[in-house]
Ligand binder design. Sequence first.
Ligand code: MF3
Ligand code: CO
Ligand code: CO
Length: 319
Amino acid sequence: MSRRQIKRRQDRRRASLGTGASGTAITRLRAGRLSPERSVPAQIVRPPYAAAPGSLAPTFSAGDFLDRMRRAGRAAREVLDEVGAAVAPGVTTDELDRIAHEGYIARGGYPSTLRYRGYPKSVCTSVNEVICHGIPDDRKLVEGDIVNVDVTIYLDGVHGDCNATYAVGAIDDRSAELIRVTHESMWHGIRTIRAGVALHEIGRAIQRHAEGHGFGVVRTFVGHGIGSEFHTAPSVPHYFDPHADEPIVVGRPFTVEPMITMGDWRVGPVWSDGWTAPTLDGSRSAQFEHTMVPTATGVEVLTAHPHEIASWLGETTPG
Ligand code: MF3
Ligand code: CO
Ligand code: CO
């Protein structure tokens, strides 16, 4: 291919679709190239969907279920922080995948997404209008982008799942507000959690806050029960769904992971990769996620830093 052909292709990729509410040009993201599958050392214990055929199901003796969930949650947080610190203009999402992949293995864990229902990478990287499940590739992050990094580790037989949205260099004010309000919305939802309260109170609080700032709430993707399985019951909608009326149960972990859009909340056609889910209108989307477990008195957020918990839930330790 000639230089001019390459240039023309790049120009098409950057084709402007108009101007967004914030005054920033709306351009649609395009898929890049994937690197070869990353390997996982043989001694790392894999979840059943990624285990070698015929291998025996491992047993776990490293503490009770809640202890193992706490360790998986803390490890996921550490890996997410390592990846988040690497977000910068010029860095490829594949490089973020490499950092995550090595981070899980360094902690004795397996990258939960790798080979999960055919997913090819160790983390999800969702840029700009991608709502979730973006696949890391050779595209370099550009100043002004926003990128969600979703990290999940399988450690001691359980999954820990969390994500955050990061600014790439300097971003426009409305994108910064989108990130801030998405984070706030997640915590408004988490604050409603108490044993016996209906699950739909979480989504009601998230929706009220997000829509109060003129943003949309994605309906298609929801929070989920988590533990020895990556995704299990219950479903946790991030909007008010009256059908989600089952009571919150002590000791049963789940995630809260709202996806909030600058424009239309509807999901557009999933890319031909089978995973990447953009907004219908090309408007930006942000997301945050924590894994948590309801307790007798409230909720223990397993993937949050103590200072984040203190500022949103107050002091949780007695004395
Ligand atoms: N971590 C995502 C979640 O929050 C799930 C990613 S599954 C994948 O539920 F296959 F897309 F990686
Ligand atoms: Co999740
Ligand atoms: Co996740």
